[in-house]
Ligand binder design. Structure first.
Ligand code: SAM
Length: 292
């Protein structure tokens, strides 16, 4: 059984040269070449022999190998057809992995979780292609796929945005969306030297532990997210102006003023100062207006 781990520069270079593989920038291809980082990601993801794991973007299979050794079953979705023959070789020693040559944004993950894990919550582990980090994460949450946790390498700045609260420059729509669905925790900072080729940004591994029940009660989450988008689209404006200028909302100035007043905050407050709880309250106030 072939079980040569790839997590170092020599073995990575060897397999890449063997297949004449050319890195594609448009697919965000920065492969991990540090075995310790790979091990730490799998450990932090808490993968056990009970788990079905979805890996997004296996590359040449560096992390996939370790996932196969720790999980019950793995599905790895890779967009780049040129990597498929390489994965066939590097994963030849494992009988618990399925490689799917597809764009992750087109995969019916709910159906996959149903087929491979009888609809029970799955773990997602990935060194993500950075150009589609947000659509991947939001897609996983919003499609209501049963998820236990998502443990991912992302650009350091994006990891910070997911984790922070109000009053910081990184706080925004992504922070609130992630924190509505999951508890975020940055578990590792990873420098560019751990990748081939080196990215020109720092990276971090963040674990998003999905809540069984969302931490706030919102009557209409879709409306809350419209309010959040409106508040952050015009960061420098007051919350009142942000809401009245939004093409996605149609409340009068008076309704907006009374909604903000109901929070017990200053009428000149900016959206970036509101907590998730306050956005939920604001949203419920507007829902109450509509049902009157
Ligand atoms: N997991 C590997 C590693 O850590 O060495 C590779 C990580 S690399 C940052 C991102 C991987 O995602 C690449 O293999 C790339 O081809 C793949 N990828 C990019 N866009 C994708 C998409 N839309 N769907 C699936 N895979 C994608």
């Amino acid at each position: 059984m072939e079980r040569k781990h790839l997590g170092n520069p020599t073995n990575t270079r060897e397999i890449i040269d063997k297949y004449g593989f050319a890195f594609q920038k448009r697919f965000g291809q920065n492969f991990l070449i540090d075995g310790n980082v790979v091990e730490k990601i799998v450990r932090e993801a808490g993968v056990t022999k009970d788990d079905f794991v979805l890996e997004i973007g296996p590359g040449i299979g560096t992390m996939t190998q370790l996932l196969c050794e720790n999980a019950r079953e793995v599905a790895a979705v890779e967009i780049d057809t040129n990597l498929i023959p390489i994965l066939k070789e590097t994963l030849a020693g494992y009988d618990n992995v399925t490689v799917i040559n597809e764009d992750i944004l087109k995969v019916d993950i709910g159906a996959l979780a149903q087929e491979k894990n009888a609809g029970r919550p799955i773990k997602v582990v990935a060194n993500l292609p950075y150009y589609i980090t947000t659509p991947i994460i939001m897609g996983l949450f919003e499609s209501h796929v049963p998820i236990d946790s998502i443990t991912i390498m992302v650009q350091k700045e994006v990891a910070d945005r997911m984790q922070v609260g109000p009053g910081t420059k990184d706080y925004g729509a992504l922070s609130l969306a992630v924190q509505y669905y999951a508890k975020p925790e940055i578990v590792l900072n990873v420098p560019p030297t751990c990748f081939m080729p080196r990215p020109n940004v720092g990276s971090a591994v963040i674990r998003l532990k999905k809540y069984e029940k969302c931490p706030v009660n919102v009557d209409n989450p879709e409306l809350m997210f419209r309010l959040i988008r409106a508040s952050f689209n015009q960061r420098r404006k007051t919350l009142a102006n942000g809401l009245s200028n939004s093409p996605e909302l149609h409340y009068t100035k008076e309704e907006i003023a009374s909604a903000i007043e109901s929070l017990g905050v200053s009428s000149s407050i900016r959206g970036e100062a509101l907590t998730l709880e306050q956005f939920a309250e604001l949203s419920n106030y507007f829902t109450g207006l509509e049902s009157k």
